[in-house]
Ligand binder design. Structure first.
Ligand SMILES: [Zn+2]
Length: 147
């Protein structure tokens, strides 16, 4: 994983979510080969596994998607407009054969750094079509193609 990609996954914001501490707390994250050390101001450094960060990465986006609403386009059924009623924002998600492409920045960062990804808007569409994960989506598409 390249440095910028690491910064997306092993972020201070993610560390605070995992540790259940205030979003305004000051933390510094140090990424080692097999582990991540989180320094919280005023406390001893805490070890968090890389696995915990990776799980949180998907879980957080899935959790956030619950506040969004996805509407399928009538004339282009593979497209959805995903709205955030609170922030009054909208992004377009397109269901393609091997990905759920979104117009948001989080999605384009994930593609740039990891070559694949799923943002909260993608999770909103997955939930709308009755699926839970990107891998479930890919399996469903592959099974439909084989049928
Ligand atoms: Zn998105």
């Amino acid at each position: 994983m390249i440095v910028s990609g690491e910064r997306i996954v092993y972020s201070g914001a993610a560390a605070k979510r995992i540790l259940g501490i205030s979003a305004s707390a000051k933390v510094r994250v140090e990424v080692f080969k097999f582990s991540v050390w989180v320094h919280v101001k005023g406390s001893r450094p805490t070890f968090i596994s890389k696995r915990a960060f990776l799980n949180n990465f998907a879980e957080w986006r899935r959790e956030q998607s619950r506040f969004l609403s996805a509407t399928q386009w009538l004339d282009t059924p593979q497209r959805f407009t995903v709205r955030n009623g609170v922030k009054d924002t909208a992004y377009v998600v397109e269901c393609r054969e091997n990905l759920l492409a979104c117009t948001c920045e989080d999605y384009s960062n994930q593609i740039d750094f990891f070559g694949r990804g799923c943002c909260k808007h993608g999770y909103s569409v997955l939930s709308k079509i009755g699926l839970r994960s990107l891998s479930e989506y890919l399996e469903t598409v592959a099974a439909r193609r084989a049928a």
